[in-house]
Design a binder for this molecule. Structure first.
Ligand SMILES: [Zn+2]
Length: 511
């Protein structure tokens, strides 16, 4: 196992306003980053913004700003996601930074030098809002096939990347790295696309000025994807072979929406192969969200604002819903009603309830001090086995990037914990002085199930998990230093330690 873990979000286009899609990708990456830290790995987690291109230039002009001034203003919309969503990214890259210019130009020079980039002429139907050229065949009734808006014919000198040369090397890479593209269904799509043949790719424009200049070619600006994708190595210090570059490259996971998988799974590894740099180890394409059963769009006015969701429900409940609701990789439907239902029935009624019942009885019967457990009886053994299994189930689920399975395993543990308390009836045991040792054992196990659940929730609901952990492990190892192998072992709850009477971290949300 690689001792370092490198995960990235796509860079977000600054001309957009953050919506649920951005939040989803970033939260998914954050859960993985936090999980891998708990495995004891060094983690680099990069996110950032894509700030070049025609749309930024046009919006800036309309506002009487330079493109850079506009980018400086709107980048904060994305940087603000880090505190709002409790994101633990270690880096933030803006494509307008000098370090990125150096990186892109270095990569470009390498492929120019070996003949993989050559000067040609590009012609096509261009959709300005999408910054995309289309062939006549691709047009839908003469308009842009993605947005339906009119297109204009354009022709210009352009540098091309010899993508056609990389068909076999890419197919070979996919064969040798069967988990490079996940989920499996998406992998098949990409393989079929590459098998169908690859055209060389236009990587510069003369019609654009807001971008990175092509080295030694006045008038040419490097085109969208070549610029954007390179952020993933810039973030580690490329073209300097920094200690971080050596430790973290190749990336373990580029997390992407399914619409940009092709760029990451076809173009990007080819650019890197050409420059003699190892391709990434994995690209994971997740699904999209509809909102209350409808496609999300500005015209429908149903765009979900992550900042508003956090104000209304807190980051933990929002994060929980997004990762719990759908099988990661598939599409899902966002509904505030369902978010409230999930948060109340699982976080408050199951996780919060187990802990608070146990803490309440500990306060009442043991003055809040954790008793040493006695010998395990069969019911205790069932619960402790469930605790061990849930740790293994979460580990397996995180390995396959299946957040919904990980969360289901944690909810299963606290459900079993609540059932255990219900059937052991500690309040009945408390009536008999002769059953005091048994009472102590029962409360110990109920609290231990809560402690293991709190640890496992750390990647998903970090703020709540932190508070739960502080309540159950006062003065112990801080949650950010907790390790799954050590702290996830059943029986880790310290005895003789006073705990609070209550710890309310998941208050019921009023619908
Ligand atoms: Zn379009």
């Amino acid at each position: 196992m690689k001792e370092a873990f490198y995960i990235t979000t796509p860079i977000y286009y600054v001309n957009d306003v953050p919506h649920i899609g951005h939040a989803y990708t970033t939260i998914a990456c954050d859960a993985l980053a936090r999980w891998h830290r708990m495995l004891g790995k060094r983690v680099f987690f990069l996110t950032g913004t894509d700030e070049h291109g025609e749309k930024v230039q046009k919006t800036a002009a309309a506002k009487g700003l330079s493109p850079r001034e506009l980018a400086d203003q709107v980048v904060t919309n994305f940087q603000g996601l880090t505190p709002a969503l409790t994101i633990s990214n270690t880096g933030f890259i803006r494509t307008t930074e000098p370090r990125h210019y150096a990186s892109v130009q270095d990569l470009f020079r390498k492929s120019l030098a070996n003949g993989d980039i050559y000067l040609g002429e590009y012609e096509g139907w261009y959709c300005v809002p999408d910054e995309a050229y289309w062939t006549a065949l691709q047009l839908a009734d003469g308009n842009c096939p993605t947005c339906g808006r009119p297109v204009e014919k354009r022709k210009e000198p352009s540098y091309f990347f010899r993508l056609s040369k990389y068909q076999e090397p890419l197919l070979d890479y996919y064969r040798k790295h069967p988990s490079f593209i996940r989920p499996e269904s998406r992998r098949n799509e990409v393989v079929a696309f590459v098998e169908g043949g690859l055209n060389d790719l236009s990587v510069s424009r003369t019609s654009l000025s807001w971008g990175i200049p092509v080295p030694e070619a006045p008038g040419h600006v490097i085109y969208v994807w070549y610029d954007a994708l390179t952020n993933y190595i810039t973030g580690l210090g490329y073209p300097t072979r920094t200690a971080e570059f050596k430790a973290f490259w190749p990336a373990d996971i580029h997390m992407v929406g399914k619409d940009i998988l092709r760029f990451h799974a076809v173009y990007w590894p080819a650019f890197l192969m050409s420059a003699g740099i190892a391709p990434p180890l994995g690209v994971f394409a997740h699904g999209w969200w509809t909102v209350e059963g409808q496609k999300m769009s500005k015209s429908l006015g149903n765009v979900v604002d992550p900042y508003e969701m956090v104000r209304k429900y807190g980051a933990d409940a929002f994060r929980y819903f997004l990762l719990r609701e759908v099988s990661f990789g598939l599409d899902g439907d966002f509904s505030e009603k369902e978010l409230i239902k999930r948060a109340n029935s699982e976080l408050a009624d199951k996780l919060g309830n187990l802990l608070n019942r146990a803490l309440g009885m500990l306060g009442k019967y043991f003055a809040g001090v954790v008793p040493a457990p006695g010998t395990e009886d069969p019911a205790d053994a069932v619960l402790s086995a469930c605790g061990r299994e849930s740790v293994q189930a979460v580990a397996a689920a995180m390995d396959e990037v299946a957040f919904h399975k990980a969360l289901a395993a944690i909810i299963e543990l606290v459900t079993k914990g609540n059932e255990y308390v219900q059937s052991m009836q500690p309040w009945a045991l408390a009536k008999y002085p002769g059953k005091r040792a048994r009472l102590g054992t029962v409360l110990y196990h109920a609290l231990e199930a809560s402690r293991v659940a709190a640890l496992l929730m750390a990647p998903f609901t970090p703020t709540a998990a932190q508070k739960l952990w502080e309540a159950l492990v006062p003065g112990g190892v801080p949650l950010e230093n907790a390790r799954i192998d050590r702290d996830g072992a059943w029986g880790g709850l310290a005895t003789g330690v006073p705990l609070p009477m209550a710890c309310i971290v998941f208050p019921k949300i009023e619908p």
